[in-house]
Design a protein around this ligand. Structure first.
Ligand code: TXA
Ligand code: MG
Length: 319
């Protein structure tokens, strides 16, 4: 395996049906040729991901979408023109040829045009589409740096392209446009309000009993030790219960006597730093991770969504 910025090496590997780690502005992806079912199957094997969890198809160019979907509804056109390339995934009715291995057997397909220059260079040099989930083992924290990918997959990947730290740091916003009403399936750095300003009201994930999306499982994005989400009002009680062995994660300065990592107070910067910080605390000596709950307003929606899942998936017993 090579960690390098050698696009031609990566393209050669993709043409052989091998897996390549690709930096994107959201998180690193584990990419395979989307038109090669055997290659796409290798993604599921490498991640340990159940076969019915669909993958996102990444395209170089907005107009490449026509080869992948049945039609481009008006709402999709508005969102594509406004947000692509960028951290937005659209779920649409799939074109007939799209293999069931990519869509997890569903009749819809997730599409995204990433903005990251290395992802763009790879997609253009490859000249096709890349199916790519986040480059982590199933249920684990998504990687935002090349070395995180190497830690997740010490072997098995042909090339890890190093594009530096992901600038968004949280997975893309997912909008399902395949039904009667557009729905938000996963909050991200592009907010529901920004989407609604263009296409009108969105249904929320809780209204939905639709297709499986692994990012929507309660137990996802989890570190290996208990992660407790703590309201400021509960801080003293928590510290009395766990006087030691706790590493803290806070927006802004750490409370007096609380070791850990102080993250940014701005939700965008906090989101960019979050997964690297969780990995660092997970690898450290503490027994638990305590996260001081950020504000609940919409600008923190994506962060709060991931923290809630991380807590649920970590075996935390703190409600
Ligand atoms: O930012 C991102 O979206 C990153 C980068 C690499 O692009 N990718 C990513 O992929 O987060 P993944 O597989 O970890 O999460 C994609 C989510 C999953 O929850 C999957 O179930 C959902 O998108 N998804 C994909 N296709 C879908 C479909 N046809 N219907 C419903 N959900 C879908
Ligand atoms: Mg993922």
């Amino acid at each position: 395996m090579t960690v390098a910025n050698d696009i031609s090496l990566a393209v050669a590997a993709l043409r052989r049906g091998e897996l390549v780690a690709m930096p994107t502005e959201t998180v690193y992806g584990l990419a395979a040729d989307a038109r090669n079912p055997a290659a796409v199957r290798r993604i599921f094997a490498a991640k340990g991901r159940p076969a019915d969890h669909p993958l996102i198809v990444h395209l170089a160019d907005v107009e490449d979408i026509h080869g992948w979907v049945k039609e481009v509804p008006h709402a999709a056109r508005l969102l594509m023109d406004h947000f692509w390339p960028g951290p937005l995934t659209l779920i649409l009715a799939k074109a007939n040829h799209v293999d069931a291995v990519v869509t997890g057997g569903q009749d819809t397909v997730g599409i995204r045009v990433p903005a990251h220059p290395v992802a763009q260079a790879l997609l253009r040099a490859f000249g096709g589409a890349l199916a790519a989930p986040s480059a982590n083992r199933f249920g684990r924290i998504s990687p935002t740096q090349a070395r995180h990918v190497r830690d997740e997959f010490p072997t098995g990947l042909a090339v890890i392209l190093d594009g530096g730290p992901s600038t968004v740091g949280l997975e893309s916003t997912i909008i399902d446009l395949s039904g009667a009403q557009p729905r938000l399936l996963r909050p991200g750095s592009i907010s529901a309000t920004q989407i609604e300003a263009l296409i009108g009201p969105l249904g929320r994930p809780e209204d939905d009993d639709g297709p499986r999306a692994s990012g929507r499982l309660a137990a996802h994005y989890a570190p290996g030790k208990p992660l407790d989400l703590i309201d400021a009002a509960a801080l003293d009680g928590y510290r009395a219960t766990y006087p030691r062995g706790v590493a803290w994660l806070t927006p802004g300065p750490l409370p007096q006597g609380c070791p850990g990592i102080a993250l940014a107070t701005d939700p965008g910067a906090y989101g960019q730093q979050l997964y690297a910080a969780l990995r660092e605390l997970d690898a450290g000596a503490s027994q638990r991770i305590a996260v001081l709950r950020p504000p609940r307003d919409e600008s923190w929606a994506a962060v709060n969504d991931r923290l809630g899942r991380a807590a649920a998936g970590s075996g935390s017993d703190t409600p």
